[in-house]
Design a protein around this ligand. Structure first.
Ligand code: F6P
Length: 527
């Protein structure tokens, strides 16, 4: 295991940072329109791997910007950090844990050590168990309590135990079994659960309680309501057959009544938002089948290798992460739009919101000092071309400062290939319009487009399990790169705890006698 590198110098005092500040003075007055006139710009500012193309020629950069950002990465010891991440060093320093989601998708025979123990035999064993279970549900070998085949699988979980699964399920819907429907219940208010329960039959429904902690309020409430519903239709001994769980919390699974054989392991060195590669992915594995699930893992592992082995100049997550730093800290972009031009990826922005914002939403360094510079941006987005008819007006002519990633497979994900080609043309046109705009000299003021909005395009051949695994891992590592530059821990999420504990008090006050005023008093009056 490599030690965690010590970042002794202040980020903003590093020579590369200072150089970037100087460089910004030259760059800030140069419009993308001018930059895009540079000969050979696409060839210089794009990269191709066996699977993906990254075109970052519409970023507000020159070759010098990239050189300086690469210097910054070296000064921040990014190489050593990558090594520390992959070799199981406790990179999640506030919780004294490694972050080893890469082990879950590893295709190699190499050991991965956590506190001197190789975790790979157990990881492989658990992957095998989970996939065997998925296959049994799909084939009908695993039935409901009354002997009927499972027709509906309901994943109950939230955050990292939901968003990635929903996203992959939608993205790979072409690969999903026709015989089993998948459903997702996450939110606290009960409407999602009610809607799903109306569609399913208790005898043929399998519930997956997906909760690393098994203490998350939303998941507990939804799981308990689902169990009550099941018990109004079937006898108590059906619970063990119709509920399975993925958690580290054995005693909570005992209390709920989860059968020993139907518990799947996860480890505390896997963060929730990085967990879809583990047994947390059971609902996906049942939906798309073990072979496609393995391909998803293999795609992510391919990107892991690229990240670990490729020199920074050609390294996609490194380049994307550094461009994020340039846009955030130097150009002052406060938000980043993610715009997939394939409706199957419509949940990708929501998945990325948790991945990036829970990871990079930090205001203190690893050592606990205020950072003194900007960190994570607001991530948001929507599938194109829907997005064009929603918020693009503000992007083109509003005053907001943003950067964007366009993402698309070249081949259509449906039989309507000509429509997908129209979508690709729209994507290219929007990227071009963001960059070039339309100047006042050409038209009246209401038709002026300031342009100069930086964006990248990520292209791959088709949306299949391998490409999707690669895409997700690409963004996971992009987040890691940014965290290293900013000197923050991307693997904890203390910021979500305060509201949770306040909600407990608030619920008590609403339901019983408690100090209450303002709008809370109004709610209580109406209850
Ligand atoms: O929202 C906070 C959080 O802890 C996420 O990080 C996590 O993905 C989610 O809650 C769900 O946690 P669990 O899987 O333990 O229910």
């Amino acid at each position: 295991m490599s030690a965690i590198p010590v970042q002794s110098s202040e980020l903003t005092g590093l020579p590369a940072w200072k150089e970037l500040e100087k460089h910004l003075q030259q760059m800030s007055s140069v419009h993308l329109r001018t930059l895009l006139e540079e000969p050979d710009r696409y060839n210089r500012l794009s990269r191709e791997t066996d699977r993906f193309v990254l075109d970052f020629s519409r970023q507000r950069i020159t070759g010098t910007t990239i050189d300086l950002l690469l210097r910054l990465a070296r000064d921040r010891q990014l190489e050593q950090w990558i090594d520390a991440l992959f070799t199981g060093a406790p990179v999640n320093n506030t919780e004294s844990r490694p972050a080893l989601h890469m082990a879950l998708r590893s295709q190699s025979d190499d050991p991965v050590l956590v506190e001197g123990q190789d975790v790979m035999p157990l990881v492989r064993q658990e992957r095998h168990r989970m996939l065997k279970f998925a296959a049994a549900v799909r084939s009908g070998a695993y039935t409901g309590h009354t002997g009927s085949n499972i027709t509906d699988v309901v994943n109950i979980g939230i955050g990292g135990s939901d968003l990635g699964l929903v996203m992959v399920d939608a993205a790979l819907s072409d690969f999903r079994s026709q015989d089993i429907r998948t459903h997702f219940v996450s939110n606290i208010d009960g409407t999602q659960l009610a809607d799903v329960l109306q569609q399913v039959n208790p005898e043929t429904t399998l519930f997956i309680i997906c909760s690393k902690s098994f203490t998350t309020l939303e998941t507990r409430l939804n799981a308990e309501s689902a169990r009550e519903w099941l018990l109004t239709h079937l006898s108590a001994d059906a619970v063990g057959r119709h509920f399975v769980a993925i958690s580290v919390n054995d005693s909570a699974m005992d209390t709920f009544g989860i059968d020993q054989d139907n518990r799947f392991m996860i480890w505390d060195w896997v963060g929730g938002r990085y967990s879809l590669w583990s047994s947390v992915g059971l609902v996906i594995a049942i939906g798309i089948g073990p072979d496609h699930f393995e391909a998803l893992l293999a795609g992510a592992a391919e990107l892991d290798e690229h990240f670990r082995e490729t020199r920074f100049e050609d390294n996609l997550p490194v380049l994307l992460g550094l461009l994020g730093v340039w846009n955030r800290n130097f150009l002052g972009m406060t938000s980043h739009a993610v715009l997939p031009y394939d409706h199957r990826l419509s949940r990708f922005p929501a998945f990325l919101q948790q991945l990036a914002m829970e990871s990079l939403g930090k205001g203190v360094t690893r050592g606990g000092k205020p950072v003194g510079y900007s960190t994570g941006t607001v991530i948001w987005g929507e599938a194109g071309s829907n997005a064009q008819h929603s918020f693009f007006q503000l992007l083109h002519q509003g005053t907001a400062q943003f950067s964007a990633d366009f993402i698309a497979p070249v081949r259509a994900s449906s039989e309507y290939a000509d429509q997908h080609q129209q979508g690709l043309a729209n994507m290219l046109a929007q990227a071009e319009a963001f960059a070039l705009g339309q100047s006042a000299g050409e038209v009246d003021a209401h038709r002026v487009y300031p342009g100069n909005h930086p964006s990248s395009i990520l292209l791959f051949e088709r949306l299949d399990p391998r490409a999707l695994g690669y895409l997700i891992a690409l963004y996971e590592h992009r987040v890691f790169v940014q965290s290293v530059i900013w000197g923050i821990n991307p693997f904890d999420q203390w910021g979500v705890e305060l509201g949770k504990s306040m909600a407990v008090e608030m619920h008590r006050a609403l339901m019983a006698d408690g100090e209450i005023d303002g709008i809370a008093e109004k709610i209580k009056g109406w209850l």
